[in-house]
Structures are given as C-alpha cells and as structure tokens.
Design a protein around this ligand. Structure first.
Ligand code: AP5
Length: 214
C-alpha cells in the first residue's frame, strides 16, 4: 500500500491536481474535505461533529479524521495506491498516519507541496465554483465550465462553497500557517518532501507533480 500526500494552502490547487494525478497514476483520490462535506450532507455522527468547525474554517478534531482514515485503510487491499488531499493537516495527524502505515504495512510518501503565493490563493478561492452533486471543481476565470453556472460532468447548478467567504478564507489561511505549514518541515526531515510551483495552469501543475512523483 502506498500513500502519496498532497500539502498546500487552501486554494493551492490540491484537489484540482489530485483529480488529474489520480487518473494518470492511477491512484485513489481521497479528499478529507469532500468526505466531511458528504458526512455533513448525510447527517452522520462524523458530519454532526464536523459541521461547526468547517463552517468556521477551523480544523475538525483529530479523532474524527483519524477514525475516518483508519476505516478507509482497514477496507483497502495491500496493493492500493492512495493520494491523500487534505490529510494530514497537523503534526498529530501526521504521527497518527505514520502509526497507521506501520499497522497496514503502507509506505507514506512522497509528500508533494503545491506552492502558491497568497495573492493567487485569494483569486483562486474567490472564483471557485463547485458541483454539489458530483464534486467537480471549476473557476469562473481559469477553469470555467462550458455553460456558465452548470457542471460539465452532471449538469447540476454550480455553487460557491460555504467556507469560501472572505472572513472564513482569512481564518483558513491562518489555520494553515499555524497548523499545517509545519508539516513541510516534518516531511523534509523524513526525506519525503517534493516542492512544486503551483502557479501555472492546471495541466502544467499536474505535469510538474508527475515529474517529482516519478
Ligand atoms: P478542504 O476541502 O481540504 O479545503 P482546503 O484545504 O482549504 O483546500 P481547498 O479545497 O480550499 O483548496 P484546494 O487546494 O483543493 O484547491 P482547488 O483545487 O479546489 O477542507 C475543508 C475543511 O474541512 C477544512 O477547513 C476543515 O474544516 C475540514 N478538514 C478537511 N480535512 C481535514 C483534516 N485533515 N483535519 C481537520 N479538518 C479537516 O482549487 C481552488 C480553485 O482554483 C478552483 O476554482 C480551481 O478551479 C482553481 N485552480 C486550481 N488549480 C489551478 C491552476 N493550476 N490554475 C488555475 N486555476 C486553478
């Protein structure tokens, strides 16, 4: 079992790149943000525990995430290749992932950090539109749908994510700096870090990631 980790600030393009890389490798794309949004939608115990944190742009308690990832790995086969987008998000989650990796005989890495300046992060988050039905992501300028406001994949009406409001974005960026950015050093020390410039278009970023993953 192999677990590739994607790091990067909110709006860096982790999800957009993960969809492309998962198809190229192939690997299974695991977005903890998407899993939590689904849990909230379905009113599951994990969703009920997560909702207020997500609305505020804060991290959901570690125990919720670690249980989710533990269940996922328990249900997986030894030859699975995962692309984790949004987990781990702090040092205690990274330590838990290392423990799970020992338990499931999995290799963690490489950890790919998509690097984007704050000005571009704000533009990307401000123009993001998502499909509430299938989860596909778009951007009003850089990745517009074929028909304005309509999902290319399933034709549902696109929405703005609840946590893409200016005040919540500001808090999410602060949380990233305080809690998630230290993981860059964590994976650097482990010899697993691969930095990638995320400022190019979506295909260019995916190509750059494929280069460092190989
Ligand atoms: P999550 O869904 O993981 O949000 P995030 O990390 O804030 O990341 P985003 O999804 O906002 O950004 P992205 O980097 O994926 O960018 P995207 O590809 O969409 O988490 C949401 C919440 O869930 C968290 O706040 C927290 O509450 C909770 N949570 C999740 N995981 C957790 C964990 N492990 N522990 C605790 N809590 C957790 O791109 C953004 C926009 O830019 C899009 O419009 C896209 O079309 C566009 N774009 C992307 N790349 C390019 C490009 N190369 N060129 C042009 N446009 C691009």
């Amino acid at each position: 079992m192999q677990i590739i980790v994607f790091l990067g600030a909110p709006g860096a393009g982790k999800g957009t790149a993960a969809v492309r890389i998962a198809e190229k490798l192939p690997a299974k794309h695991i977005s903890t943000g998407a899993m939590l949004r689904e849990a909230v939608k379905n009113g599951t115990p994990a969703g009920l525990a997560a909702k207020s944190y997500m609305d505020a742009g804060s991290l959901v308690p570690d125990s919720v995430l670690i249980d989710m990832i533990g269940e996922l790995l328990t249900a997986s086969t030894p030859d699975s290749v995962f692309l984790f987008d949004g987990f781990p998000r702090n040092e205690s989650q990274a330590a838990a992932l290392d423990e799970l990796a020992v338990k499931f005989n999995a290799e963690v890495g490489p950890a790919v950090c998509i690097d984007v300046c704050e000005e571009l992060l704000l533009k990307r988050l401000g123009g993001r539109r998502v499909c509430p039905a299938c989860g596909a992501g778009f951007h009003v300028l850089s990745l517009p749908p074929k028909v304005e406001g309509v999902c290319d994949v399933c034709q549902a009406k696109l929405i703005t994510r609840a946590d893409d409001q200016p005040e919540t974005i500001k808090h999410r960026l602060e949380v990233y700096e305080e809690q998630t950015a230290p993981l860059i050093e964590w994976y650097k020390k482990a010899g697993k870090l691969r930095m990638v410039d995320g400022s190019g278009d979506a295909d260019a970023v995916a190509d750059a990631i494929m280069e460092v993953i190989r």
